[in-house]
Design a protein around this ligand. Structure first.
Ligand code: KET
Length: 478
C-alpha cells in the first residue's frame, strides 16, 4: 500500500514545495484539498484491492498504478493543480457575495455606488446606447486591430487636451485596449519588445495588479518610495531620491491622479520637480489614468500632470480607462496613447503595437468604444457627462466629510483628518490587517487587507455602521 502511495506521490498528488510559494490561506485551503484527495484515493485503493487479488494470486502479476491504469482514469490530469489564492481586490467581492448578513457592506473594489448602494449607469450612457440601438446602419463587423479610429482620436484629446500640439503634429498614436488593465499590458509588452531599458519603477504602494501586469509583460519591476505612513502623506524626498538613483532611461509608472490606494497626489509644484528630474535623467513616463475626473471633479484639472509632461515635447505613454469615470466597468473600454517625437516614429510605433495586439486578442470590442465616442463627440452629451461625473466626485467628497464627522463624534482615538485630505475613490485608513479582519468578522464590512476603503461604496445610511466598526477596531486593537 505504502509503495502505491509513493508512486502516486511521484505523479504529483502532493507537492508541498509548490504550496510553500503561496500565502498561508492558500496553503490551508490547498492542503485540505490534498487531504481530501488522499482520503478519496485511500478509499479507492482499499476498495480496489480485493478486485486485484481475485484477478491474480501472484503478487508479481499486480500492475502498479501508472497514468494509464484504472486507478488514474477516475482522476483528473489536473489533479495536481494547487488552488490559487483569490485576487486581493476582486476576491473581496467574492467573500462579500457569500456573506448572508443583511448589514454587509462592500468597500473593497473601486466601483461607484449610489446613495442607495446600487451600481450606477450614467444617464449619458443610457442616451448614447439608445442612439446606437436606433441607428440601423450600425453593424457588428470586426474593428481594426487598433480599434475604433474616432474613439482613439477623442480619447487622446480627452487626456492630452483638445489643443495639444502633440496631437496637431500627429505624433501621438492611440490604440483602443481592454480598459485600463489591457492598456497597461499592451504598453508593457510593447516596451519589453522594443525599448532599451527593461526596468519599470512603480510607486510603493501601488494598485496590486501593476507588478503582475508588468512582470508578465516581460519587464523587471522595481519600486520607488511614495507614501510615508508616519505623515500619511507623500514621501517626496524619498521619491526624488529613488528616481534620482534609477538608471538612465528606466520606465517610471505614475498615477495621473487620485493615487490608488493612498489617495495622495503630488502638488502641481511637486509634479514640476518630478518632471524636471525625470527629463534630466531620460526616464520614460508611463501614466496610468484610471480616475480622470474623479480626483477634483474636473477632467482638465485631473489631466494636468500628463499634459505637463507632453508640453515639454518629450515622449511618454498613457493608459486610460473609462471604467470609473463613465461607469463602463464591464464594457472594458480603455486606450493606450504613445506620444512620440515625430509623426514618422508614431506611425512606426503603431505598426508594432498591432503586432502586440493581434496575437493577444486580435481586435477590441466595439460596443463600449462606440458609447464613449458617441458621448465625447456630442457637445450636449459631453457637458451632461461632466455634470454627472462631478456629482459622483462630490458624493465621494461628502462621504469623506460624513465619515470624518462620525469618527469625531464617537471620539475615536487618532487623527482622522487624512480621510478628508485624501483624493479620489479611496481612503487609505491606516487600519492594519488584524483590524480589517475584525471589522469583516464582527461588522460584515469588506475591504482590502491593507486598510483601503472605497468611499464610493459608502452612503449616508452606512456611514454610522462603518464608524462604529472603525471605532471598535481601533479601541480593541491599538
Ligand atoms: N489602474 C488603477 C490605478 C486602478 O486602480 C485600476 C482599477 C485600473 C488601472 C484598471 O481598471 P480597468 O477596470 O482595467 O480599467 N482598480 C480597481 C478595480 C480593480 O482592481 O480591478 C480597484 O483598485 O478596486
Amino acid at each position: 500500500m505504502r509503495q502505491q502511495f509513493t508512486s502516486l506521490e511521484a505523479h504529483g498528488f502532493e507537492s508541498p514545495t509548490t504550496q510553500s510559494a503561496f500565502s498561508s490561506s492558500s496553503i490551508s485551503s490547498s492542503s485540505s484539498a490534498s487531504d481530501r484527495r488522499l482520503k478519496a484515493l485511500a478509499r479507492h485503493l482499499v476498495d480496489a484491492s480485493p478486485v486485484m487479488d481475485s484477478h491474480s494470486q501472484n503478487p508479481n502479476d499486480t500492475v502498479s498504478p501508472s497514468p494509464t491504469s484504472s486507478a488514474f482514469h477516475a482522476d483528473s490530469v489536473f489533479a495536481h493543480i494547487v488552488r490559487a489564492p483569490e485576487d486581493p481586490i476582486l476576491g473581496v467581492t467574492v467573500a462579500y457575495n457569500k456573506d448572508p448578513s443583511p448589514v454587509k457592506l462592500n468597500l473593497g473594489v473601486g466601483a461607484y455606488r449610489t446613495e442607495e448602494g446600487k451600481p450606477l449607469v450614467l444617464n449619458v450612457v443610457r442616451q448614447a446606447e439608445q442612439q446606437l440601438v436606433n441607428d440601423r446602419s450600425r453593424v457588428k463587423e470586426y474593428l481594426p486591430i487598433v480599434g475604433l479610429a474616432e474613439y482613439n482620436k477623442l480619447s487622446a484629446k480627452l487626456i492630452l487636451g483638445a489643443d495639444s500640439p502633440a496631437i496637431q503634429e500627429n505624433r501621438v498614436t492611440t490604440v483602443q485596449c481592454l480598459s485600463g488593465t489591457g492598456s497597461l499590458r499592451v504598453g508593457g509588452e510593447f516596451l519589453a519588445r522594443h525599448y532599451h531599458q527593461l526596468t519599470i519603477y512603480i510607486p510603493l504602494p501601488t494598485w496590486g495588479n501593476h507588478p503582475k501586469i508588468f512582470t508578465l509583460a516581460g519587464l523587471s519591476v522595481k519600486t520607488y518610495r511614495y507614501y510615508d505612513p508616519a505623515t500619511r502623506g507623500l514621501d517626496f524626498q524619498g521619491l526624488l531620491e529613488d528616481l534620482g538613483s534609477a538608471p538612465s532611461g528606466a520606465i517610471v509608472l505614475l498615477h495621473a491622479c487620485a493615487h490608488n490606494p493612498t489617495g495622495v497626489d503630488p502638488t502641481i509644484q511637486q509634479w514640476e520637480q518630478i518632471r524636471q528630474l525625470m527629463r534630466s535623467k531620460a526616464l520614460l513616463p508611463f501614466f496610468d489614468s484610471a480616475y480622470q475626473g474623479f480626483a477634483s471633479g474636473s477632467l482638465d484639472a485631473d489631466a494636468q500632470p500628463v499634459r505637463m509632461f507632453v508640453a515639454d515635447g518629450g515622449e511618454c505613454l498613457v493608459a486610460q480607462s473609462y471604467a470609473k469615470n463613465m461607469g463602463l466597468y464591464g464594457e472594458r473600454v480603455g486606450a493606450l496613447s504613445i506620444v512620440c517625437k515625430s509623426a514618422d516614429v508614431a506611425s512606426r510605433v503603431e505598426s508594432q503595437l498591432k503586432l502586440v495586439i493581434r496575437p493577444m486578442y486580435s481586435s477590441p470590442p466595439i460596443h463600449g468604444a462606440s458609447i464613449v465616442a458617441t458621448i465625447l463627440k456630442d457637445r450636449n452629451l459631453y457637458t451632461e457627462w461632466t455634470i454627472e461625473l462631478k456629482a459622483m466626485a462630490d458624493r465621494i467628497i461628502s462621504m469623506r466629510q460624513q465619515l470624518f464627522d462620525a469618527l469625531r463624534a464617537r471620539g475615536t482615538p487618532g487623527d482622522w483628518s487624512h480621510i478628508i485630505k485624501q483624493i479620489g475613490m479611496f481612503t487609505f485608513t491606516g487600519l492594519n490587517s488584524e483590524q480589517v479582519v475584525f471589522m469583516t468578522r464582527e461588522y460584515h464590512i469588506y475591504m482590502t487587507s491593507d486598510g483601503r476603503i472605497s468611499m464610493a461604496g459608502l452612503s449616508s445610511r452606512t456611514v454610522p455602521h462603518l464608524a462604529d466598526a472603525i471605532h471598535a477596531a481601533v479601541t480593541s486593537f491599538a
